[in-house]
Design a protein around this ligand. Structure first.
Ligand code: G3P
Length: 218
């Protein structure tokens, strides 16, 4: 299972990358806005900074919702760095754009997936990644993890090569459950990744080892 970090915050990206376990980054317009990034140059500079930190796929989302606009933005984003993956929403023009990108050797991440049907269309169009949003489904009393499992199952059954990114991950149990469901990637906030390390028995164990060592090595 690959780990992406779901943020545009450079410090958090560096911290996750320094752990040595980071495979990539996903961003979206809300995450870019949270960092105060604005203007075309601001976006370009920020994506380049991210690509210079992490040696892995970096999803950069188009803002346009019309087909030609998505193509123009996607081509410009893809030209920024070989690791850029163009992120497009799972709307009608988005699926058409995914097909165009696939035909033109541009990798894509089809986002805002909330149903198996959306994932199927994205995979048929040739998306490199599809991103079901786990937390946002849980927010409305649906089962986000179950959707991830369904999509993985469908892709396995029909041999689609698109990878499933479990997105909108909110906490460590989401990561564990999505791993169990067979997601190829989990894109997570830093605190959910670090949360995987937390165990009181580990902390108690380290403390005891050090105390025993200190007894004989004063
Ligand atoms: O990966 C998608 C993510 O950024 C959305 O997360 O917490 O806003 O649902 P959230």
């Amino acid at each position: 299972m690959k780990f992406f970090i779901d943020t545009a915050n450079l410090d958090q990206i560096k911290e996750a990358n320094d752990l040595g376990i980071l495979d990539g980054v996903t961003t979206n317009p809300s995450l870019m806005a949270r960092e105060g990034i604005k203007g075309e140059k601001g976006f370009i500079d920020h994506y380049i900074k991210i690509c210079n930190i992490v040696d892995g796929d970096v999803s950069a989302e188009v803002i346009a919702t019309d087909y030609q606009g998505m193509i123009k933005e996607g081509e410009a984003l893809a030209a920024l760095h070989p690791n850029i993956v163009v992120k497009v929403p799972a709307i009608k023009n988005g699926i058409k754009a995914v097909k165009y990108f696939s035909d033109n050797n541009i990798r894509s991440n089809c986002t805002l997936i909330f149903s198996p049907g959306q994932a199927l269309l994205a995979a048929k169009a040739g998306a490199t990644y599809v991103s079901p949003f786990v937390g946002r489904l849980d927010d409305i009393s649906s089962d986000g993890v179950e959707l991830v499992a369904q999509i993985v199952d469908i892709f396995d059954t029909y041999g689609y090569e698109s990878q499933v990114i479990a997105a909108s991950i909110r906490h460590t149990m989401h990561i564990i459950q999505c791993m169990d469901a067979g997601a190829h990637v989990a894109t997570c906030p830093l605190n959910a990744i670090l949360g995987l390390l937390k165990h009181p028995l580990t902390d108690i164990g380290v403390e005891k080892f050090l105390a025993d060592h200190r007894k004989l090595n004063k």
